[in-house]
Design a protein around this ligand. Structure first.
Ligand code: SF4
Length: 80
């Protein structure tokens, strides 16, 4: 498994601290997002478009709708 995402060393989803109890789901998502389509990852999008402080622990790479909601709220609140 070779990660392409630049955040893999610090991302708690990739480093397993958020997904210790669900190895098969985590493996699938890591292969799909971290090692391939990282630019579509919800955590990646929120980091880039809102800021890493807005990436919630419960946000998984496939939570696209939740990511869009967070980004829209932050932009509204910060006026950016
Ligand atoms: S979960 Fe998303 S932000 Fe974290 S390493 Fe994978 S692609 Fe990057």
């Amino acid at each position: 498994m070779t990660p392409k995402c630049e955040f893999y060393q610090v991302c708690p989803f990739f480093t397993d601290s958020l997904v210790a109890g669900m190895p098969s789901t985590a493996k699938l998502l890591k292969e799909r997002y971290c090692c391939d389509a990282y630019s579509k990852c919800a955590r990646y999008r929120v980091t880039l478009d809102a800021g890493e402080q807005y990436v919630e622990d419960s946000l998984f790479p496939n939570h696209d709708e939740k990511a869009q909601t967070i980004i829209a709220r932050v932009k509204r609140e910060t006026g950016s």
